[in-house]
Write a protein that binds this ligand. Structure first.
Ligand SMILES: *Cc1c(COP(=O)(O)O)cnc(C)c1O
Length: 413
């Protein structure tokens, strides 16, 4: 027995200091949304903000809004707000481009600070775009630089005099396992390497302390726990001590020291702005700012505590109601090692997730057999965990995955 009956869960919801945040989001009645780690829900305030940005700032203000509505400083302004969630200082984070493109910028910047070293190191099974960007940079280097990936913690043993940069994701996208940022950064620095942290599944979900850990660079997504909307712009962190020396290889005009001088020769901006490339996507930045402002109103310690409790409740209920139904827990059970999603392997995982979607439980599936359930403490309730687990059990009991519609996997899983 898990000890979590409906009354106990309702009592937890009644005492939840974050309960009021749920109504700030547009969420369909009856839906249990366990995929906020892939695409966060829509904050209601975003609708009004985008309407104003479009009709007033763009429609009426036209080009004068670059100054009149301060569009020109938006990447830096929103970057400073994100910095507070990451344990960074104002002027160390900028909003720009996608996470993939920011990985390119961070890796090449780090390589420029370690010109005598030749290896970009990561772990096998890291998020594919992280590995692909490393491989692309290695290919472009014409053999000077190599991309290497090593399994799990062995990556730390691979650190050596040839490693320029170690690229790791703090919360693993599949398993939800959390890496010890301070310890890994210390080990990498000891070996003379720089570290890039991918925070896509950390920012807004778990407390992050980049400067406390002495991190060098970081990147992350705006559309997951930050609720910035589909394809929201991403962010890049560069520790202040590196900014003046790190070479911005994507040397676009917005990263120039004086973009409106229209000089022929590139001169990098002094600070974090050198990691801007082209004209910022203002509609996307405006939506992202709404998500950031909302999460900034919540206490991070309370967010983390609720996220961990929801995860524990979910796992306890899975133990109670779905034992013997073919699930294997993929995520760490231990709180300190778990991020903000819980994953299970199941041989019928893909079809099961499709059947769950038809029953109002949205999570996602990651090849080959992993069901991911995102825990977003801003808008999930404890009773949602019970409702989700009961629907999972029903899908198993009826073998609802046996459906010819799901014989071929969709383009997005
Ligand atoms: C989601 C995610 C990305 C996504 O990168 P995009 O450029 O936004 O597609 C990158 N890295 C990690 C670890 C992720 O979880």
């Amino acid at each position: 027995m898990s000890g979590w009956d409906r009354a106990a869960l309702e009592a937890l919801d009644g005492a939840d200091p974050l309960a009021g945040f749920r109504e700030q989001f547009q969420l369909r009645e009856g839906l249990i949304y366990l995929d906020g780690n892939s695409l966060g829900a829509l904050p209601r305030r975003t609708l009004a903000r985008l309407e104003q940005t479009i009709t007033q700032e763009w429609g009426e203000g036209l080009i004068t809004s670059w100054l009149g509505a301060d569009w020109i400083n938006a990447p830096r302004r929103v970057g400073d707000k994100i910095a507070r969630l990451l344990g960074a200082e104002p002027g160390e984070v900028v909003v720009a481009d996608s996470t993939s493109v920011n990985l390119f910028k961070a890796i090449t910047a780090a390589l420029s600070l370690r010109p005598e070293r030749t290896v970009i190191l990561s772990e096998t099974g890291n998020f594919p775009t992280d590995l692909y960007m490393m491989q692309g940079i290695a290919a472009f280097s014409g053999g000077r630089v190599r991309a290497e990936a090593v399994a799990g913690d062995m990556v730390l043993d691979r650190l050596g005099a040839d490693v320029a940069v170690l690229l790791l994701t703090q919360v693993h996208y599949k398993t939800g396992a959390v890496r010890d940022m301070a310890e890994v950064t210390r080990r990498a620095h000891e070996a003379g390497a720089l570290v890039i942290w991918d925070l896509s599944h950390s920012a807004g979900a778990i407390p992050v302390d980049l400067n406390g850990a002495g991190a060098d660079f970081a990147v992350g997504c705006g559309y997951k726990f930050l609720n910035g909307g589909p394809g929201a712009p991403a962010y890049l962190f560069a520790a202040r001590r590196h900014q003046a020396k790190a070479v911005p290889v994507l040397s676009g005009w917005m990263g120039h020291a004086d973009p409106f001088a229209f000089e022929d020769a590139y001169r990098a901006a002094e600070g974090i702005e050198r990691f801007l490339c082209g004209t910022p996507p203002i509609l996307g930045v405006a939506a992202l700012e709404c998500g950031i402002d909302l999460i900034a109103e919540a206490d991070m310690a309370a967010l983390r505590a609720k996220s961990l409790q929801l995860g524990r409740v979910f796992m306890d209920l899975m133990d109670e109601h779905c034992a013997g139904l073919g699930f294997a827990l993929v995520s760490p059970r231990e709180d300190a090692r778990r991020g903000s999603h819980v994953s299970y392997a199941h041989p019928e995982g893909y079809g099961m997730m499709q059947a769950l979607k038809e029953r109002g439980v949205i999570g996602d599936f990651r090849d080959p057999d992993v069901l991911r359930f995102g825990i977003t403490p801003l808008y999930l309730r404890h009773v949602d965990m019970l409702e989700a687990v009961l629907r999972i059990r029903e899908v198993c009991e009826t073998r609802a995955w046996d459906d010819p519609r799901w014989a071929v996997r969709a383009a997005v899983t």
